[in-house]
Design a protein around this ligand. Structure first.
Ligand code: HEC
Ligand code: HEC
Length: 231
């Protein structure tokens, strides 16, 4: 149940983000948010003047927004982001004016954060507030779900010849051939298996591992659609 609701929230956010980016002429109708390309620039624009060591915001609260580690660490009282949940994230509460107005950020002598930027931050938190870019997500999905078995010496590699530990070997595929068809998730065996579309019910990862979440599958599908680049 939980997964379904996360997915529908994400789908909603993906739509407006695609709108925002197509206006900006970005290469992708992005359905994921990139920390480096989307999130850090927002903090740089609105917050970093005060929230880095030596700045007034940092000195008063301990919050350093100049890099990912600082953002995740939060203030001296603790984190300002609950991964996956913008509603209980202090960062969003402050930006959306859901706190005592005396601690509205950015401070009133600065302009208010515009709505698109707030939405992008919210979508990023919904997606788990990771440090990755668009293309980094497939790599981390594969690392988490597949690499135990699909490296030389692992059971998956021994049985199928598929070594997923590097881009080159992943693209080489199994002993029968490639599992990724750049640009075409539908005929890519990787997606066939991960989505449970294989004949005979073969599914990856094997059942004793966690199943990929809808977001994991989406990240893989999107990476293939974009031509399966080496990131
Ligand atoms: C002009 C300087 C300035 C800017 C710009 C600024 N801050 Fe702050 N921030 C402060 C100061 C000073 C404090 C200490 C608390 C206070 O005086 O309100 C603070 C405190 C905070 C806190 C801790 C509040 C608490 O509960 O104690 C958060 C979270 C925060 N800022 C987030 C942000 C974010 C996010 C941005 C950008 C959107 C931002 N700030 C922009 C100066 C700034
Ligand atoms: C627990 C070990 C394990 C994990 C984790 C695992 N695999 Fe496998 N994989 C295997 C084994 C074993 C085989 C050989 C086929 C079989 O026995 O089911 C295999 C076979 C395959 C094949 C070839 C299937 C064929 O048609 O020959 C692909 C493609 C594959 N795995 C992809 C993946 C992907 C993608 C993931 C992660 C989402 C993954 N595997 C995770 C063990 C694993």
């Amino acid at each position: 149940m939980k997964k379904i609701s996360v997915f529908s929230v994400l789908t909603g956010s993906a739509l407006f983000i695609a709108g925002v980016f197509s206006g900006a002429g970005a290469a992708q109708a992005a359905s994921e948010v990139s920390y480096k390309q989307d999130i850090q620039p927002i903090f740089n624009d609105y917050c970093v003047a005060c929230h880095l060591p030596g700045g007034s915001g940092y000195e008063a609260s301990g919050l350093d927004l100049s890099n990912y580690a600082g953002v995740i660490k939060g203030t001296k009282h603790g984190p300002i982001i609950s991964k996956g949940d913008p509603l209980t994230s202090n960062l969003m509460a402050i930006l959306e004016g859901r706190t005592d107005s005396s601690i509205r950020m950015p401070h009133s002598d600065r302009r208010d954060m515009n709505q698109e930027d707030r939405r992008i931050l919210r979508a990023w938190i919904v997606e788990g507030a990771t440090k990755e870019g668009y293309a980094g997500k497939p790599a981390s999905v594969i690392q988490e779900l597949c690499m135990d078995c699909h490296i030389p010496g692992g059971s998956g590699y021994e049985a199928s010849g598929l070594d997923m530990s590097s881009y080159e070997t992943l693209m080489k595929g199994t002993s029968h051939g490639p599992i990724v068809v750049p640009g075409d998730p539908v005929t890519s065996n990787l997606m066939v298996l991960v989505e449970g579309r294989a004949m005979g019910g073969l599914r990856m990862p094997h059942n004793e591992r966690g199943a990929p979440t809808p977001m994991d599958r989406k990240a893989l599908r999107k990476w293939i659609l974009e031509g399966a680049p080496d990131n």
